[in-house]
Ligand binder design. Structure first.
Ligand code: NAD
Ligand code: ZN
Length: 360
């Protein structure tokens, strides 16, 4: 059996380089080698908070772009040498959940998230993609590797928050949290025709990009409650929609209190602690306010990747400002992960271009 090297979570709280067996290619699958990878906040949750549970010697990474190395006998549209976009979520497209419209939950709740969760991820010489025709997309001509990496998770997740909140022309939208996901939500709100986008966040690097993406107003959650500030800015009326891309279980209380009757909340934030989410009874219309709360994992799949990719190639979405730290060479992966853990003020996303061989 061929061996491969990769960067792994050795156990909760510990990472390192390892060697393990290379993945095998089933009839519908592809084996790929990464061209570039990006580090995610979720990697930090996985390694240091045990977010997906205990894991040993699991290769990290779910954001990146790649070159196809091998395909199974039933794969129609991809061949070795193709450069591909790789979504973080790779559903089983023949599952009942996918047929019901919730492909991200194929084979169990959240189970469409396979990389660096139920199987090895992208931070290794080779990785496995199930259902290659349904999950991979051809990398558009002229797209940079950094741009391609932002299509794995940041664009689809931020935009999914906007879909869940069902943003309409002219809406006033509150976006809570403007890390990379929230920034993409700001851009998605603007594309969907929001008239006013109130962003919660103060880090200069993020505020500058949020302005570029269309945010019109800013508030800080450190300056008192979000709802008091939102109600003061909207003559006591509140907002039409809320996208949550940061915060805690308590953030839902602020979101409900900031929202007009009939409004919608779209959450894509990972809730890492707390047993319950509190919904304020009175502001939720004593159970009858038509304030809709929906939380979701990003949809994956080829069609979605192709459509979101065309937003970049046609100049509707510029993801370059997200890629604040770009490294060259495998040896920088640990440093990039540590950077995401430490979150220096000027960091939005670290990307590593894998233009050499792994040496250790
Ligand atoms: P991030 O940590 O870079 O950004 C979150 C932002 O929220 C930070 O800027 C932080 O300052 C801010 N924040 C923290 N507490 C807050 C509060 N109480 N009120 C308002 N803002 C607050 O993370 P990210 O990469 O932008 O990802 C955002 C979230 O989305 C993470 O929880 C991540 O795990 C999750 N995520 C979900 C999916 C999905 O499919 N649903 C996919 C990827 C990431
Ligand atoms: Zn991610």
């Amino acid at each position: 059996m061929a061996k491969m090297k990769g960067f792994a979570m050795l156990r909760i709280g510990e990472v390192g380089w390892i060697e393990k067996e290379a993945p095998e290619c089933g009839p519908l699958d592809a084996i790929c080698k990464p061209l570039a990878i990006a580090i995610c906040t979720s990697d930090v949750h996985t390694v240091w908070e045990g977010a997906v549970g205990p894991r040993e010697n699991m290769i990290l990474g779910h954001e990146g772009c790649a070159e196809v190395v091998a395909v199974g006998s039933e794969v129609k549209d991809f061949k070795p040498g193709d450069r591909v976009l790789v979504p973080a979520i790779t559903p089983d497209w023949n599952s009942l959940e996918a047929q019901a419209g919730y492909s991200m939950h194929s084979s169990g709740m959240l189970a469409g998230w396979k990389f660096s969760n139920f199987k090895d991820g992208l931070d290794s010489e080779l990785f496995h993609v199930n259902d290659a025709d349904g999950n991979l997309a051809h990398m558009p001509e002229g797209m940079t590797l950094e741009e391609a990496c932002m299509l794995s998770d940041m664009v689809p997740t931020g935009f999914h928050g906007v879909e869940l909140a069902d943003v309409q022309f002219g809406d006033t939208v509150l976006v809570i949290g403007i890390g990379p996901v929230g920034l993409m939500a700001v851009r998605g709100c603007a594309l969907r025709g929001a008239s006013r986008i109130i962003a919660v966040g103060t880090r200069k690097a993020c505020v500058d990009v949020a302005k570029q993406y269309g945010a019109t107003d800013f508030i800080s959650y450190k300056n008192g409650s979000i709802e008091d500030q939102v109600l003061a800015m909207t003559d006591g009326k509140g907002v039409d929609r809320v996208v949550i891309a940061g915060g805690t279980v308590e953030t839902f209380e602020s979101a409900v209190k900031s929202l007009k009757a009939g409004g919608k909340i779209g959450n894509v934030n990972y809730l890492g602690s707390g047993d319950y989410i509190t919904i304020p009874r009175v502001e939720w219309g004593v159970g009858m306010g038509h304030k809709n709360i929906c939380g979701g994992l990003m949809p994956g799949g080829r069609l979605r990747m192709e459509k979101l990719g065309s937003l970049i190639t046609n100049g509707q979405v510029d993801v370059k400002p997200l890629c604040t730290h770009v490294f060259h060479g495998w040896k920088h992966i640990p440093e990039a992960l540590q950077l995401m853990k430490d979150k220096p003020a000027d960091l939005i996303k670290p990307v590593v271009i894998l233009d050499d061989e792994i040496k250790f």
